[in-house]
Design a protein. Sequence first.
Lengths: 407, 124
Amino acid sequence: MTVVRIPPTLRGEVGGARQVEASGETVRDVLEDLVERHPALGNQILTNGGIAPFVNVYLGGEDVRTMDGLDTTVPDGETLILLPAMAGGSSQPWTPAVARSLLDLVGQTPLVELPRISPKESVTIYAKLEGQNPTGSIKDRVAKAMIEAAEASGELEPGRALLEPTSGNTGISLALVAALKGYPLTCVLPENATEERKRLLRLYGADIVHSPASEGSNGAVRLALEMAEADPRWFVPFQYANEANPRAHYEGTGAEIATALDRVDVLVAGLGTGGTLMGAGERLRETFPDVVIAAAEPLPGDPVMGLRSLDDGYVPPILDVSRLDRKVLVSNEQSVAAVRELLRLEGILGGVSAGAAIHVARRLAAELDEGVVVAILADGGWKYLSADFWDAPEAGVEQSMESTVWW
Amino acid sequence: MVIPAAVRAAIAEHARAELPNEACGLLLLDGDQAVEYVAGENASPSPYFFELRLDPVAWADIGDRDLEQAVVHSHVSAPPRPSRTDVERIGLWRDRPYVIYSVRLDELAAWRVSPDGYEPLPLA
């Protein structure tokens, strides 16, 4: 016989007893016997052949889910403890009507339906408009999370200076966070980054160090790491290897989508550092176990601004490719066509990587009979206005984007 | 429900100690009178989520005292109202007293929560 201790929340079902007896060799046998003796317990204890979601079962002080689950052997004379599980939480940051700091307005971006982009009525495509963050891109989440994590761990203290290899959105986001928190910031970027980008970074208060144009973004990474090695005053957040990056998307981007929607079949995001796909993907999998996490990846040798081809040789340490369900290659031309269409059909001025995500979202939506596809649009198109592709004839798009590093 | 100042202070102190994450625990009630706060561990540490964990034997022993139990958790910045997650996850705690403390507002509120919604419990 096994003694089963009953919590007050379930005592009504066992005639008020604090503990009852049941027999069996495994946890399953004991619980099935228990339900047979006290049918009112029914599916509050066991559902669909498993332990019911709101009950925890302990044997020898340990949760049986961490042992062999229902197959755990129950030694004779051992006591089984049932306890009511409790989970909850505010589930999302709450935004007051008046913010004390721009940093409080990072995240909580809107989701909007794209009925004219969706290839069929039975599939709904939603866009998450990350361009509505304070500096206009998803990187505000990452910059804030990396700096606050480093402050919390004591790694970043007043007197240190920030250094990051980036010519793009991460630099602008870091510049905002650094300015509000009082750290100087230096960005290392390839010489051929657009004047528009350099100007924005300077306006936000960042200093700029150039790396050779011929070495591309990998050259900027190399130079930044060399500088940090030579002078310990530098703190390099380094978004490609910083765990706070995917965590920002787990706790923010992904949690916001999971709270807002009752169903998600496919999540599409551009492949850059991998932070969005890893973090938001993991969070969505918890709520929607069958969700397909799809990366929009540029064709090798055909760079899409803001995205990274894994074939270029660098796999960011935070990216675990095995956690991606789909990788869909997308060309520059397709991305640009999609971003123009997004503006024409839905009135959304997106960046080029948003076009890549929309292209992939539409393709995967076409494969579904019905369902919900969420595309994360990393930024708006405002920072790309000097590019020719907005009004170039379709065939001229390629040439207009080749010679410049954007991101 | 009556929550004396000392118990209220224990809840607030635990919630602040767990920042930036949500804190959780059990409030023990004798009738409508709160007599003790048992701090729990947040098994899913996050600013937006909690999962209450207590030593199972100690918790079962608490269940054998003739006291009502109420789950307590903190919201870091949101007001002390049940969120959609709180309502969805109420499970076996439905229709029992449920207490939320907002750290930002330094406000405590009590509720009765069911899967269909919640209603306030007057606090004194």
